[in-house]
Design a protein around this ligand. Structure first.
Ligand code: OTD
Ligand code: ZN
Ligand code: ZN
Length: 347
């Protein structure tokens, strides 16, 4: 027996769904992502949201300005769709490289989604243009009607919005973001090659019991909310099953600790610090570490028609202790898996 550490070297991965925020918070959280990921799809739900090519260019520049010396990271910008989005301006932004994709937030579905789309019928011309351009639509797939149970919002969105929209725009490239249910897995698998999905660490690791374990757990709260165990299992099978339709998207969404630990705590899980370590843990538990690279580094660029990254990252089978809290500027953030020891660490 040798005590040699087991190592796993994979092509450098990308994060296909990330909230970087802005200002001091962005500068504080960005290095956690850049140390692992070569690129990330940067979500546009700032206040005010990123709705124009010029706003996206300016935001990209702020991110690059905040990147520490010597770190190599490319932000891929997205346009926040509203009822007022002008198809021609969106297409121009796509063609000049200001946007890689556009994001559909149903109004009221998640953090800073108040300016989102109030009815999919309002963006038909936008979707027609995106289909023509081959521009990816990233979708927060939940209905927001008060009469729909919060745990059913994703399943209802498939029936009420996704199926009719894809019937009308059958060539539209859609990424169903942060899927949480068996319904979503089945839908994506049955859809055409133009439909894919991202999967977060928390939806692979938590079921809804985590929200109430020994008391109310604000750091397990995100949207879409974590679901029943049968759904977690379906999402795990999807992520680890090898289908190119599923790829890595952390949905890392930092909020200051005081904003989470509040009488009305913010939705969002800050999983960037140990993202790759958490995914590696899941793939190892499922006995398919050999599939981690495709999920993390190949399926995403293939769907987005972007080149694969050239570099590599190496994970070691060694304990990685997740701290109880980290600092970002003035703010204290509680990372996903705080206080736990993960079995993999980035070399
Ligand atoms: N979910 N929080 C946030 C976004 C995501 O729906 C999402 O993508 C956020 O804070 O921006 C969250 O719980
Ligand atoms: Zn979302
Ligand atoms: Zn998100």
């Amino acid at each position: 027996m040798t005590a040699e550490t087991m190592r796993l070297t994979i092509r450098r991965p990308d994060d296909w769904h990330l909230h970087l925020r802005d200002g001091a918070m962005m500068a504080g959280v960005l290095p956690y992502t850049a140390r692992q990921f070569a690129r990330a799809i940067v979500m546009p739900n700032l206040a005010p949201p990123v709705t124009t090519p010029d706003a996206a260019d300016a935001y990209r520049q702020r991110i690059l300005d905040a990147l520490p010396e010597g770190m190599d990271f490319t932000p891929l910008m997205t346009c926040y769709l509203t009822d007022e989005t002008v198809p021609g301006q969106l297409a121009d932004g796509f063609q000049r490289g200001s946007f890689v994709a556009a994001k559909l937030y149903p109004a009221g579905a998640t953090t800073n989604s108040a300016h989102g789309v109030t009815d999919i019928a309002n963006i038909r011309a936008v979707l027609a243009e995106m289909e023509k351009q081959g521009m990816v639509l990233c979708v927060h797939g939940e209905v927001t009607r008060a009469d729909v149970d919060v745990f059913d919002r994703e399943a209802v969105f498939i029936e009420d919005v996704l199926i009719p929209t894809l019937a009308d725009f059958p060539g539209l490239k859609v990424v169903f973001e942060h899927i949480t249910t068996k319904d979503a897995v089945d839908f994506v698998l049955a859809a055409g090659d133009n439909v894919a999905a991202t999967i977060t660490p928390q939806h692979l690791m938590l079921n809804r019991n985590a929200l109430f374990e020994g008391g109310l757990r604000p750091h397990a709260y995100c949207l879409p909310v974590v679901k029943r165990e049968e759904h977690r299992r379906a999402v795990r099978r999807a992520a680890t099953g090898g289908s190119p339709k599923f790829f890595l998207g952390t949905d890392s969404a930092p909020h200051a600790r005081h904003a989470k630990e509040s009488s009305c705590g913010c939705a969002g899980i800050f999983n960037a610090p140990f993202a790759l370590e958490t995914y590696a843990t899941v793939f190892e538990e499922e006995g398919v570490l050999d599939r981690l690279e495709a999920f993390a580094s190949v399926h995403g660029p293939a769907f987005y028609d972007l080149p694969l990254n050239e570099g590599t990252v190496t994970l070691e089978k060694a304990p990685a202790m997740v701290p109880d809290a980290v600092q970002a500027g003035e703010e204290t953030l509680v990372p996903f898996c705080a206080g736990m020891t993960l079995g993999w660490r980035l070399a």
